[in-house]
Design a protein around this ligand. Structure first.
Ligand code: ADP
Ligand code: MG
Length: 361
C-alpha cells in the first residue's frame, strides 16, 4: 500500500469511566494519542485494556466521558462510522470465506466497485506478505498467516486509526518476535495512529513510541519506553516493567540514606512521599574492593548463583529480609571468578543507576 491517502488522526480521551457492577473497568481515564504514533496500552490481566479499546472502537459505551478523533466527538457514533481498523486477539476471521473474501469484506460493506475492490485486496495482501494467497481457505493457513489476514482486513480500507488487541498472543515466541518487528515496520510504512494492547512488557518496550501503563482502570504513567523503564512513576510501574528489587531508604533533609549512609545521586530525588530504592539486576556491579569511584555499595552474602546460558543471576542476601539479584553476562571464565555461595559480596550501583521511586500503588 502506498502512503495512507487519509491523514492519521490524534485521539483525545477525557474522563472516560466504565463500571460493571462494583468493578471500575475504567476509572476516569484521560489520554492523548498523538497523530500517527504507535501507542501501547500495557497492564496486567483485568486492568481495563480491552474495555478501553472497545470504547475507542465503539463496541462499548462508557458511563461518562468524551472521545475525539481529530476534532470530531465520536462517543455516540456506532463502530462502522468511526473509520478505524481493528485486529482482535481471536482474529475473528470468517472460516467459510477465502482469504480474499475475508480481506475484501470491509470493502463490500462500503460497496466499493469490483475492480477497485480486487486491486485494494491485492495491495493489502502484498503489504502483509501474503501476495498470491487470495484463493486459499482460512483453514489452510498457519496461525501466523491467519494473523496477517486479520491485519490485511484491518488496513484494507486505509483507516486513519488502527486498534489491535493482543494480536500476537496466539503465536509461538519466535514468530511473535518476528511479527513485532514486522508490525513496527508496517506502522512506519502506513503511518496510521495505532493503539496496541498487550500484557507483555517486553513487547511493549520493543514496539511502542509511547506506553500507557494501566492498572485497575487507571492510567499509571504515559511515557516513552526508556522513561517507563528507567524512571517509573511509582512502584507499580517499576514492579510491572522489568525485574527489580526495592530497598527501604530514609530521607534526611536533602540527603537520602540507605542503611544509614547517604546515597550518591545524579539528580534530585522525587519530592515528598515515601521513597524506595529500585535495584535492577543488570545495573548492579560486582565489586571486589579495587575500584574507586562513586558506587553506592550494598553488602551481603551470596545466597545463590543461577546459570541461565547467556547470563547468570547472582542472588545476594543483604540481611533484614532484603534480597537483590545481579545479572551478568556469561563469558569464558566468568562463572569460575564469581564469589562462592555463602561468602561475602559487595555490589555497587552508580549514581545514575540509583533510582528512587515513589512508594505508592
Ligand atoms: P484486560 O483487557 O486488561 O484484561 P478488561 O478490559 O477485559 O481487562 O476487563 C477489565 C475489568 O472489567 C475486569 O475486571 C473484567 O472482569 C471487567 N469486565 C470487562 N468486561 C465486562 C463485562 N462485559 N461484564 C462484566 N465485567 C466486565
Ligand atoms: Mg483484554
Amino acid at each position: 500500500m502506498t502512503a495512507a491517502t487519509q491523514e492519521a488522526l490524534p485521539i483525545t480521551i477525557r474522563g472516560v469511566t466504565k463500571t460493571y457492577g462494583a468493578v471500575h473497568a475504567l476509572d476516569n481515564v484521560d489520554l492523548d494519542v498523538r497523530q500517527g504514533e504507535f501507542l501501547t496500552l500495557l497492564g496486567p490481566s483485568g486492568s481495563g485494556k480491552t474495555t478501553l479499546l472497545m470504547v475507542l472502537a465503539g463496541f462499548t459505551r462508557p458511563d461518562q466521558g468524551s472521545l475525539r478523533f481529530g476534532d470530531d466527538e465520536v462517543i455516540r457514533k456506532p463502530p462502522h462510522l468511526r473509520n478505524l481498523g481493528m485486529v482482535f486477539q481471536s482474529y475473528a476471521l470468517f472460516p467459510h470465506m477465502t482469504v480474499a473474501g475475508n480481506v475484501g469484506y470491509p470493502l463490500r460493506l462500503r460497496r466499493l466497485a469490483k475492480a477497485e475492490l480486487t486491486e485494494r485486496v491485492e495491495r493489502a495482501l502484498d503489504t502483509v506478505q501474503l501476495g498470491g494467497f487470495g484463493e486459499r481457505r482460512i483453514d489452510q493457513l498457519s496461525g501466523g498467516q491467519k494473523q496477517r489476514v486479520a491485519l490485511a482486513r484491518a488496513i484494507v480500507f486505509e483507516p486513519r486509526i488502527l486498534l489491535m488487541d493482543e494480536p500476537l498472543s496466539a503465536l509461538d515466541k519466535k514468530l511473535r518476535d518476528r511479527m513485532q518487528i514486522e508490525l513496527r515496520h508496517l506502522h512506519e510504512q502506513l503511518g496510521m495512529t495505532t493503539v496496541y494492547v498487550t500484557h507483555d512488557q517486553r513487547e511493549a518496550l520493543t514496539m511502542s513510541d509511547r506506553i500507557a501503563v494501566i492498572n485497575h482502570g487507571r492510567l499509571m504513567q504515559l511515557d516513552d519506553p526508556q522513561h517507563i523503564y528507567d524512571r517509573p512513576a511509582n512502584r507499580f510501574v517499576a514492579d510491572f516493567i522489568g525485574d527489580s528489587a526495592f530497598l527501604p531508604v530514609e530521607r534526611q533533609g536533602e540527603a537520602v540514606l540507605y542503611d544509614g549512609q547517604p546515597l550518591s545521586l545524579s539528580e534530585a530525588p522525587p519530592h515528598g512521599q515515601d521513597l524506595v530504592l529500585m535495584v535492577r539486576p543488570e545495573r548492579l556491579h560486582l565489586l571486589n574492593g579495587g575500584e574507586g569511584g562513586d558506587f553506592n555499595r550494598l553488602t551481603g552474602r551470596v545466597s545463590d548463583i543461577v546459570y541461565q546460558g547467556d547470563s547468570y543471576l547472582l542472588v545476594a542476601d543483604l540481611g533484614n529480609d532484603r534480597e537483590v539479584s545481579l545479572r551478568g553476562v556469561v563469558r569464558r571464565d566468568t562463572l569460575a571468578a564469581l564469589p562462592a555461595v555463602g561468602g561475602p559480596v559487595t555490589l555497587g550501583l552508580s549514581p545514575s543507576d540509583t533510582a528512587l521511586i515513589v512508594d505508592a500503588p
